[in-house]
Design a protein around this ligand. Structure first.
Ligand code: C2E
Ligand code: MG
Ligand code: MG
Length: 354
C-alpha cells in the first residue's frame, strides 16, 4: 500500500487471477472503511471511491496501470462515491471530454466568458415585474451560447461549481447595486444555489461579504435551492439558512413538487417562496389531476405564509388559471424570456412607467 497524495492510496495486488479476486479484496476494504471512526467523541464516516486496473489488459507498465486505475476512480467518484469501478476503454473518451470541459470552465472564468441573463418574475394580478431570476449563460468560444444544463451538473462533480457560484454571486450583487442606484429599488434578485455551494464551509460568510462589498441589503437577494439539496443535509441547511435569513436574505424552494421529500422541512426552514415546478404548469388544462396539485400547493403555501412563483408559464390559458387561483407570482416565456442585464433593466423601467 502506498499513500500517493493527501487522500489517495495505491494498492498493488499481486497474484490475482481475475476480476473476481479483485472484487473480493475490494469488498473486504469496503467492510473496513464502512466502520465509523471516532474523533474526539464524534462518530465520523468516510466516503471513498475505488478504481481498478488489471495487468496486463489495462496496461503493461506501472505508469499506465496507475493512470487507468485513477481514471476508473474518478468515474466512481462522479457517480456518487462509495463504490468501485473497473477501468474500461470507453472511460478514456469520457474522461477526455470531462477534462476538456473542466479546462474550458477554468478558462471561461479567467476570460470572462460567463454572463448572467435575467428572467422576469411578475405579479399575476397587476402584471408588475417584482423580481428577476439570474440564469447563467456561457459564451463558449467554439460551441456558442451554452445553457447551464450542459455544464453545471459536470462542474458540480469537480467542485468548479464553487468558483462558478462565487462568480455568479459577485455578478448578481454588482447588477443589483446598479438597479438600486437607478431607482429600481423594490426588485428582488433570485440566484440559483447548488448543492456543493450550500455544503461549503464558508457559504454564509461568502454571501454576507458579497452583499456588504456591494452595499446591497440582504432582503433584495433571494436564494433558490431545490428540495433535494435542502433535504440532503437538513441540519446544516437549517442552521446556515437561518443565519442568512437573520440578515434578511430570502430563501426560495426551486422546482417544488418534483423532489422526493417530506413536507416537514417546510416548517423548519426560514422560507419565503415556493416555486411550483414547470411540469405542473405545463399540464394546466390538460389534466385535472395536476391542476388539483397546483390548487393544493397554493393553498398550502397560503397556510404557511409563503409566496408562490409558478414556473414556466407559456400561454394565456395558464395565466388565467393561475389568476383564478389567486396565485401571486409567475415566471415563464409568456412574461419574458431570460434576457441580458441591459434588456432586463429596460423591461423593468418600461413596466414602471406604465
Ligand atoms: P431553474 O432555476 O428552474 O430555472 C428555470 C429554467 O427554466 C431556466 O432554464 C429558464 O430559461 C427555463 N424557463 C423559464 N421559463 C420557461 C418557460 O416558459 N418554458 C420553458 N420550457 N422553460 C422556461 P436555464 O436557464 O436553462 O437553467 C436551467 C437550470 O440551470 C436552472 O433551472 C437552474 O437549476 C440551473 N442554473 C441556472 N443558472 C444557475 C446558476 O447561476 N447557478 C447554478 N448552480 N445553477 C443554475
Ligand atoms: Mg431557479
Ligand atoms: Mg426551477
Amino acid at each position: 500500500v502506498a499513500r500517493v497524495g493527501g487522500d489517495e492510496f495505491n494498492l498493488l495486488i499481486p497474484d490475482i487471477t481475475g476480476r473476481e479476486d479483485a472484487v473480493m479484496i475490494v469488498s473486504k476494504i469496503f467492510d473496513q472503511l464502512k466502520q465509523p471512526v471516532e474523533l474526539e467523541g464524534h462518530e465520523v464516516f468516510v466516503s471513498f471511491s475505488i478504481g481498478i486496473a488489471l495487468f496486463p489488459q489495462d496496461g503493461a507498465s506501472m505508469e499506465v496501470l496507475v493512470k487507468n486505475a485513477d481514471m476508473a476512480m474518478y468515474h466512481t467518484k462522479s457517480h456518487g462515491k462509495n463504490g468501485y469501478e473497473f477501468f474500461s476503454d470507453n472511460m478514456k473518451g469520457l474522461f477526455q471530454q470531462q477534462l476538456s470541459m473542466e479546462n474550458g470552465i477554468r478558462r471561461a472564468l479567467e476570460e470572462n466568458q460567463f454572463e448572467l441573463f435575467y428572467q422576469p418574475q411578475v405579479e399575476v394580478n397587476s402584471g408588475r415585474v417584482c423580481g428577476l431570476e439570474a440564469l447563467l449563460r456561457w459564451h463558449h468560444p467554439e460551441r456558442g451560447l451554452m445553457l447551464p444544463d450542459d455544464f453545471v451538473p459536470l462542474s458540480e462533480e469537480s467542485q468548479l461549481i464553487i468558483r462558478i457560484g462565487n462568480w455568479v454571486l459577485e455578478a448578481a450583487c454588482s447588477e443589483l447595486k446598479k438597479w438600486i442606484k437607478t431607482g429600481l429599488d423594490d426588485i428582488i434578485l433570485a440566484v440559483n444555489i447548488s448543492a456543493a455551494q450550500l455544503q461549503q464551509q464558508g457559504f454564509v460568510k461568502g454571501i454576507l461579504e458579497a452583499l456588504k462589498r456591494h452595499g446591497v441589503p440582504g432582503n433584495r437577494l433571494e436564494l433558490e435551492i431545490t428540495e433535494n439539496v435542502l433535504m440532503h443535509d437538513m441540519d446544516k441547511a437549517v442552521s446556515r439558512l437561518r443565519k442568512l435569513a437573520a440578515h434578511g436574505v430570502r430563501i426560495a424552494v426551486d422546482d417544488f413538487g418534483v423532489g422526493y421529500s417530506s413536507l416537514g422541512y417546510l416548517k423548519s426552514l426560514p422560507l419565503n417562496t415556493l416555486k411550483i415546478d414547470r411540469s405542473f404548469i405545463s399540464e394546466i388544462q390538460s389534466s385535472q389531476d395536476r391542476n388539483s396539485i397546483i390548487t393544493a400547493i397554493i393553498a398550502m403555501a397560503r397556510e404557511l405564509n409563503l409566496e408562490i412563483v409558478a414556473e414556466g408559464v407559456e400561454n394565456e390559458g395558464q395565466m388565467d388559471y393561475l389568476k383564478a387561483l389567486n396565485c401571486c407570482k409567475a415566471q415563464g416565456y409568456l412574461l419574458g424570456y431570460p434576457m441580458t442585464a441591459k434588456e432586463a433593466r429596460h423591461a423593468v423601467e418600461k413596466h414602471k412607467r406604465c
